[in-house]
Design a protein around this ligand. Structure first.
Ligand code: SF4
Length: 370
């Protein structure tokens, strides 16, 4: 039993039609309810909800403050390798792109960690391409013990692993794993994932189940917005969250909503999401679920991040570099995608304070549970 069973009961076209059939009445009903379900979520992400954005934002703000106070967790990605044995149409690390490849050595990791610590971060997201042999378990076994002592919270965004591998990494200090399905539309998924292990749609879909069974503290899910019709894909993310929370209630969850960014290879989005629609989506996730963490990366612009910060977001990356060695070694040729908000960590910190929020340099939950 895994999310695949639930997924197979969901029909993409029916869901899409029912989202677009939602009316103003459905939106008003959803807004008036103290607890919302997935049908309400459909109404809140539908075009019919666009005139209700102000009300959605007010409720989202209030719910987020009630649960998370005026805090904002800050984290930074640490890219360990850009080697990849997959070919994803939207990614600069795709094996089909002729770019310089680098996997950080122990000394290089130490230099990166020192540069990150100098910026105050205590929460780090380790990122690699998906290369089982060169950046697989043997590499992680060596590198996690090197990195973990420097950070309160350690997250990873790497290839999907087996349950026992996650359990082992947990003993080495792993706290959280981000694994985005990219799109929940199987044939669109197949079009964008042409080679390597990432072609296995169902194995990826079951990864959060394996993570929860391995006892990982927090799991991040999401879709890459732009690969498919965004409303339907984001409904599937919500359905995935709903399934996981019912089944693995001890685990914490976070959602990300990355929009396609320019990269080597230059894929154009099939479905464009405007800034206003992203605000609508963020508020809709919050109105559906007051506990889920919502994370916003530096893919988004300064102006957008500053404005949207109070509306439901609980964690932000800052000062990100998307290439291995980006903090201490510098080599912009290797980056995964271009970032948009290029401010330093201290400037992002100052912005957060200017809005009346407390920046937290570690994971929100670990900061308050000791
Ligand atoms: S998205 Fe991940 S798996 Fe796909 S090419 Fe990029 S690094 Fe590799």
């Amino acid at each position: 039993m895994s999310f695949v069973n639930r997924f197979n009961q969901l029909n993409w076209d029916d869901i899409s039609l029912s989202i677009y059939a939602k009316t103003a009445k459905d939106v008003e009903r959803a807004l008036a309810k103290p607890r919302r379900d997935l049908e309400d979520f459909k109404a809140l992400i539908s075009p019919a909800a666009e005139p209700y954005l102000e009300q959605m934002a007010q409720q989202s703000f209030a719910l987020t403050r009630k649960r998370f106070g005026h805090t904002m967790s800050l984290y930074i990605p640490l890219y360990l390798s850009n080697l990849c044995a997959n070919a994803c149409s939207y990614c600069g690390f795709s094996m089909e792109n002729r770019i310089k490849r680098r996997t950080l050595t122990e000394d290089e990791i130490e230099a990166e960690v020192a540069a990150i610590k100098a910026m105050k971060f205590d929460s780090v997201l380790l990122v690699t391409g998906e290369h089982e042999t060169k950046v697989g378990m043997n590499y992680f076994r060596k590198m996690l013990p090197l990195i973990k002592p420097s950070f309160n919270y350690l997250a990873m965004e790497v290839q999907p692993l087996a349950e026992q591998d996650y359990a082992e990494l947990k003993t080495l200090g792993l706290d959280a794993v981000m694994v985005y399905q990219e799109t929940y539309h199987p044939s669109t998924y197949a079009q964008h994932h042409l080679r390597g292990n990432k072609t296995k749609f169902e194995y990826r879909l079951e990864t959060p189940d394996r993570l929860a069974k391995a006892g990982i503290d927090k799991i991040g899910i999401g879709a890459l917005i732009g690969l498919e019709e965004w409303r339907t894909d984001c409904f599937f993310v919500a359905a995935h969250l709903d399934y996981l929370e019912r089944r693995y209630w001890k685990t914490r969850y976070s959602i990300s909503f990355p929009r396609l960014r320019p990269c080597e290879g230059g894929l154009q989005p099939k479905s464009v999401m405007t800034d206003k629609q992203l605000v609508q989506l963020i508020c809709a996730y919050r109105l559906l679920n007051s506990e889920v963490e919502l994370s916003l990366s530096t893919r988004e612009s300064e102006v957008f991040r500053d404005n949207v910060l109070p509306l439901g977001i609980t964690a932000m990356s800052a000062a990100s570099k998307t290439q291995p060695g980006g903090y201490a070694l510098e080599d912009s040729e290797l980056e995964q995608f271009e970032i948009s908000d290029e401010r330093s960590a201290s400037r992002v910190e100052a912005m957060i304070r200017s809005k009346g929020f407390d920046p937290i340099w570690r994971d929100w939950h670990s900061a308050y549970s000791g």
